[in-house]
Design a protein around this ligand. Structure first.
Ligand SMILES: [Zn+2]
Length: 221
């Protein structure tokens, strides 16, 4: 078994992604087509049992969402983010509007879709997060998303959800760590985009452990 990719420490907190030069030629996950039925049934039962036990111990996180004039309804973005976090036992509780001034019970994160990226943002960044703040906030740059969609038409259904999942991971871990591959890669490439299309872009075990450890031990805010 291969060791998980090492984390890369970066001093900046933005997510950026390079626009791939060639289209996806083959969907990932097709190697499972030959799996025996009995094995698939056993796997399905194991996954169901795992999901049931997670549901009993889900960790709630309140997410305050302000999408501005972004045309997609919030629920379209939430569906992908919810599914990614549900796999690691984190339940996102979505609220529309700004974070309250006074801290409530549980972990809170704010997300704002802003019209333009600040001039301090790196050229490829689609969003940024402030994982070290006592009131962590994620900013999504609408101008950068639109530019990205112009280069990758048809991807507006999936990319914003994974951008939010990536930034929420930074905030919930309280780190600016990136991985060499996968959802927490600093700049996605075709392996990550292909995984998105197949609903197979998840957190690594290391990412999951860091999120759960942070949510379990740090003071609520
Ligand atoms: Zn990042």
């Amino acid at each position: 078994m291969r060791a998980p990719p090492a984390k890369i420490f970066r001093s900046w907190l933005e997510f950026s992604t390079a626009i791939p030069a060639s289209p996806v030629k083959q969907p990932v996950g097709c190697v499972e087509g030959g799996m025996r039925k009995e094995l698939m049934t056993a796997l399905a039962l194991a996954v169901a049992a795992s999901s049931a036990s997670m549901a009993e111990n889900e960790i709630p996180v309140q997410v305050y969402l302000q999408t501005g004039d972004w045309p997609d309804p919030p629920l379209r973005v939430e569906k992908i983010v919810n599914s990614v976090f549900a796999r690691i036992g984190v339940k996102l509780l979505w609220r529309i509007g700004p974070m309250p001034d006074t801290p409530g019970a549980g972990t809170m994160v704010g997300i704002r879709f802003v019209e333009k990226a600040p001039i301090t943002a790196s050229a490829q960044a689609l969003a940024s997060a402030s994982p070290f703040s006592s009131r962590p906030e994620i900013l999504v740059y609408q101008d950068r998303l639109r530019h990205h969609f112009n280069a990758m038409p048809g991807w507006s259904n999936v990319i914003p959800g994974y951008v939010l999942a990536h930034e929420l991971c930074h905030v919930l871990q309280g780190t600016n760590l990136h991985s060499e591959s996968g959802l927490m890669r600093a700049s996605w490439a075709w392996p990550e985009y292909a995984a998105m299309l197949n609903n197979r872009l998840f957190f690594s075990d290391e990412d999951r452990n860091l999120i759960l450890a942070s949510l379990t031990v740090r003071p609520r805010r």
